[in-house]
Write a protein that binds this ligand. Structure first.
Ligand SMILES: NC(=O)c1ccc[n+]([C@@H]2O[C@H](COP(=O)([O-])OP(=O)(O)OC[C@H]3O[C@@H](n4cnc5c(N)ncnc54)[C@H](OP(=O)(O)O)[C@@H]3O)[C@@H](O)[C@H]2O)c1
Length: 181
């Protein structure tokens, strides 16, 4: 059965990017790409992606603009209120507003595989607000930033399901219980 999972790296103090959307703090860390809770293994279980426009813009600016290709074969919903540039050959669907129809479409497209909420944190929060976020997987880098783009700016209870170390990272998998009273 399809699950909706927010999978991301974070700083120890709960930021997924700095105030300028830089991931320098992340890309310099030591990680085993075949180690616990690695990206490729997770992606193999994913049938559809949903991301916010800043995350999409980061990929455009830092990956596509430097000659990289769109790495995802799965359909990807990009949440935005603006008209953004699509990427040739990529299955990208722009959407806005309530998250429920996007969740329904993405879950149907995933064909039993998981829906990956790529980020940012408020987008994951929108899924949680609607009771549609099943799990959170974080790789915690050994760095603090003091400020930046938040990991998950909501009050939620979660259940710790799994922990592992991947070189520099503490990796943790949680099930979402629901809003914290
Ligand atoms: N550490 C990691 O592994 C990791 C993972 C993912 C992302 N990131 C980074 O973290 C940062 C996240 O940026 P962010 O906090 O700004 O979050 P984001 O979710 O990437 O982008 C937020 C923007 O998405 C649009 N949006 C979100 N929900 C919407 C909705 N329901 N309807 C219409 N538009 C909606 C809005 O912009 P507009 O309407 O103006 O377009 C909103 O300002 C990025 O720099 C990204 O590269 C890091």
């Amino acid at each position: 059965m399809s699950r909706t999972t927010y999978y991301t790296a974070t700083t120890l103090d709960g930021f997924i990017a700095d105030e300028h959307h830089s991931l320098d703090w992340l890309l310099t860390q030591d990680v085993d790409p075949a180690g616990p809770m690695n990206h490729d293994e997770f992606l193999g279980e994913v049938g559809a992606l949903v991301m916010g426009s800043s995350t999409y813009q980061w990929l455009l600016d830092n990956h596509i603009a430097t000659g990289g290709t769109w790495d995802y074969r799965q359909p990807t919903w990009v949440m935005t209120s603006r008209d953004l540039r699509a990427i040739s050959g990529a299955d990208i669907r722009f959407a806005r507003g309530g998250i429920r129809p996007v969740h329904a479409e993405a879950t149907a497209a995933a064909g039993g595989k998981d829906v990956w909420v790529v980020g940012g944190g408020d987008l994951a929060g929108q899924f949680a607000d609607a009771g549609l976020l099943d799990a959170v997987i974080v790789s915690i880098a050994p760095v603090t930033l003091g400020a930046g783009r938040p990991l998950l700016p909501r009050r939620l209870d979660l259940r710790l399901v799994e922990v592992a170390r991947n070189r520099s990272f503490t990796c943790a998998r949680y099930d979402v219980i629901g809003p914290r009273a």
